[in-house]
Design a protein around this ligand. Structure first.
Ligand SMILES: [Zn+2]
Length: 115
């Protein structure tokens, strides 16, 4: 399993290397992105065999960065405080600090195990 932040870096690198967004699905199997040739027409980026795949690909260009940004925000809130405790979880009912990685970080890490 790759570290969650390493995985996020890899996903963001792939996203940033791709054609700028937003992408749109134009129907008839055509996925478009903004024109790169200073023309009025959007560039054809991909052709697909069904509408659902076209909608998925078009939305992935904006959905994926939003998801990685959200995950980074959660990981930033739930960081190691340098003493082995979570910066975002506070204390338990006995006023003991919650250890890091906390349940939130563990849930993210577990979800990314097969990614
Ligand atoms: Zn936490």
């Amino acid at each position: 399993m790759t570290d969650a932040r390493t995985w996020l870096d890899q996903v963001d690198a792939r996203t940033n290397a791709a054609t700028d967004g937003p992408w749109t699905y134009g129907g008839q199997g055509w996925v478009f992105g903004p024109s790169t040739e200073h023309t009025r027409d959007d560039d054809l980026l991909a052709t697909v065999t069904d509408d659902e795949t076209g909608v998925f690909i078009a939305h992935a260009r904006t959905d994926l960065p939003a998801g990685t940004t959200a995950l980074r925000a959660v990981l930033d809130l739930h960081a190691d405080d340098g003493y082995g405790d979570c910066t975002g979880c506070g204390v338990d009912t006995y006023e003991n600090a919650i250890s890091w990685p906390c349940a939130t970080v563990t849930a993210i890490t577990t979800a990314l195990e097969d990614a």
